[in-house]
Write a protein that binds this ligand. Sequence first.
Ligand code: FE2
Length: 197
Amino acid sequence: MLDESNKKYHFIKLLVTGLKKYHHTTYLHSVRVSHLTYLISQKWGLPKEEQIYNAMGGLLHDIGKKLIPISLLEKPAPLSELEYEIMREHPIDGAEMLKLFPPLEELVPAVLYHHERLDGSGYPFGTNIIPLSAQIIGVCDSFDAMTTERPYNKKRLKSITEAIAELKSQPQKYNYKVVEALEEILKERSDVRYKNI
Ligand SMILES: [Fe+2]
């Protein structure tokens, strides 16, 4: 018989293994975002449970992409308005997926709000009330998207310096303190400077 905490890890493993099989690029992105999110939470000395919560949220933040067709996830051209609309459903789809596994329901806010921005310009709700977990994940998510290669999208990658500068130039959208913490971690630790950066 699994206790509550083992059940939680069992379900996470199930979902993440499914994501790995479905779209390996999104899986790798999620692992990197989870790691960076954890390091920021650790650097700030957040309670251990919160560090783990944020890392799990990072790991599952894009789980809703399992419902997006691969042809769309890997489209090498700009998305149409309808396609973009489908793509923007993934935080809600992810939250709905988590609700199917009651021990994971507590992770819903981290997943649901990771594309919201402080000025209300994000999605799906356009709210400026964003849980800290989702603010940290949002910064790490954008940083990773700017600095790592997607096989189907040959856009020019940004260096660490360029990506951090871009995030810092938008304090109305991204939590500045999170960006500063990320910058410090990237300076201190060579093991989180993933390939291509
Ligand atoms: Fe996302």
